[in-house]
Design a protein around this ligand. Sequence first.
Ligand SMILES: Nc1nc2c(c(=O)[nH]1)N[C@H]1C(S)=C(S)[C@@H](COP(=O)(O)O)O[C@H]1N2
Ligand SMILES: [Mo]
Length: 225
Amino acid sequence: MKNLPPGQKELDIFPRFGLPLYAKRFPTVVDKIILSIGGDLDEFVLSEELNSVPKTNQVSDFHCVTTWSKLNLKWSGYRFIDFYNSFILPKVSGELTFVVLKGQDGYKTSLPLSDLLRENVLLADQLDGKPLNIEHGAPIRIVTPDHYGYKNVKHINRIEFYKEEQKIKQGYLNFMDHPRARVAQEERAKKGPQTFFRWLYKFGIQGTIRDFEKATEEYRAKLEK
Ligand SMILES: Nc1nc2c(c(=O)[nH]1)N[C@H]1C(S)=C(S)[C@@H](COP(=O)(O)O)O[C@H]1N2
Ligand SMILES: [Mo]
């Protein structure tokens, strides 16, 4: 049996999950990748150009801050570092250190650039050999197994690169969003004893799964009309 990171428990299913605020928000563009790039460099948009980056497959575990983990997910996509070297590095002078990630649903978070340049960080467009569905991040998402789920931005449509750290309003309440959120270090929240958050969050898991499922069913039913 695999050793789970501190405070995590294995879940059999891979639920659609997040803050209740996002349960009823869905991506509007699901069959085409459109990534706008900005920050401390000239704005541009990437779409089919991404195909020039080699694709990769990765099996990795996913750890939500609320203590559930789903093991051995089969992703495919582009390594973030390959995307960075191909499209960002050639356009900048000086050092970038900080990245803001935004999703079509208005979700937003940030990470130090060095954390995103790790080998196992993907811009993933497939799960189990199929294009991502609306549950798990269509058309493209961040997968960063060493960071809690909340850094794994779904439906990503904008990435901003900065020379210095920015104050941004996170998709989560600010106190909930640790600037790094590394799973192995149990960086669950910005402040406070981290084991307290294990206990606090775990009560919300089942209700959140139900709320997200219900919202997804309603949304799909509306789409079919
Ligand atoms: N765009 C967007 N990305 C998001 C979220 C969200 O609400 N919106 N929730 C985050 C949280 S808290 C988790 S645990 C994971 C859940 O990913 P899943 O729905 O594929 O299980 O997505 C993360 N990325
Ligand atoms: Mo999460």
